[in-house]
Write a protein that binds this ligand. Sequence first.
Ligand SMILES: Cc1ncc(COP(=O)(O)O)c(C=O)c1O
Length: 449
Amino acid sequence: MTAVNTTADPLALAALDKLAADLRYHATNNVGFPDATDLDVRPLLPLLGTLLNNVGAPFGPAGPYRGHSKRFELAVVQQTADLFRAPWDDRWGYITSGATEGTHCALWQARTRFPNAVVVASTAAHYGVARVADMLRMPLLTVPTDDRDEIDYAALTDRVRRYRLPRRRRVPVVVVASVGTTMTEAVDDVRKIHAALDTAGVPGDARWVHADAALAGVPLGLLDPDTRPGFDFADGATSIVVSGHKFLSVPMPCAVLVVLDSARPAGHDRLVSYTGSLDETVTGSRSGHAPLMLWWAWQVWGLDGLRQRATTARALAAATTARLDAIGWPAWRHPSPSPSCWTGHPARCWTNGRSAWTAPEHTWSACPARPRPCSTPSSPTCTTSSPAKPDPPQPMPSGCGQQFRVRTRTTSRVRRWRHTRGPSRAERCYPTRVRRSSHGAASDVTAVA
Ligand SMILES: Cc1ncc(COP(=O)(O)O)c(C=O)c1O
């Protein structure tokens, strides 16, 4: 086989240039995926050419292989565990390839501990939950959501009680709480989930509550626990996963899984002689660069910086929603549990002029973003010109409409909830279209006659 010399091959270089141009354009027009982009990772670039393989779990022996970043990974797991109020002497975790792998690992451990357990999740849970339950051959009960898109706690009690009687009365229960549903950022309150399981008669030592906090975990964890929904370890979670490539702005998919060490099954930590480390993770080889980037995000922002980003994002979400409502666009966000406003998902906000319209059903999302190029170079905030529009996208392969249908269904629920509050101005008046100006933040939204 002839090797391609990419440094010389103009076709290969042109393909990379084209991808870079497409990505620049995409960054200013991203629709639907809440990925923050304001982390400057340039100081880490010199390390990208070096293999970093964090094979095996970061807790326990690292083994003789030195090409890893487990020291940094441990620091990130510890910082995340602190944020989520895990007892300092009762924590375990690692950095996964994404939230789905985190949920996979948590449910795998839960199933090892409770071999006949049933998994329970709301109909608004991420689609990965059903897939993980299927892969682990665990039965799955789905529970409807209430008119706020949270799991219906009364229905949860009812479903669990009916499933466990009469033959399965000792079956343990694993609940996956959606801590920020993918579409509306509704939060299943872990404290209320425990109350529902109490009512259903599930003993405390026969349950595991996994919080899928992919999107909202960090911004929620920074709020006062007394005024935000319950979701962390002090609120009763057994395991929590939070994404790195969403609110934390890491430019590669990753997530942090934290599990109560005391809840983990015995014998799950096999020492592998080949690697010299403990085989407790879903995959063998794991990225050592993702932990570095997560660690860098914590270094750059720290708790205060993260809180500041979340606060700014919430304010922008509030302002944007009000502005959209004012122009008659049916924008909506979750009500705040405290006067200082919690928006459903603070990372799903607008900053630096980036917006995301996901469907005609007007679900919108946005994230903290680094300053965008704009089309009015005379503006004081503008340093670059607008990226060129790339070639039109290829036709979507079959099956791509699925996500769209999910959005439509979920946002209909939101609309139903809005209707229970009585008609708003947004429901009386629909604009024909909305234009986004080229710079600025919440004030980007302008009505077009
Ligand atoms: C609530 C929730 N859970 C899980 C996931 C899946 O995360 P990943 O794609 O990193 O596996 C997402 C992704 O958007 C999500 O919103």
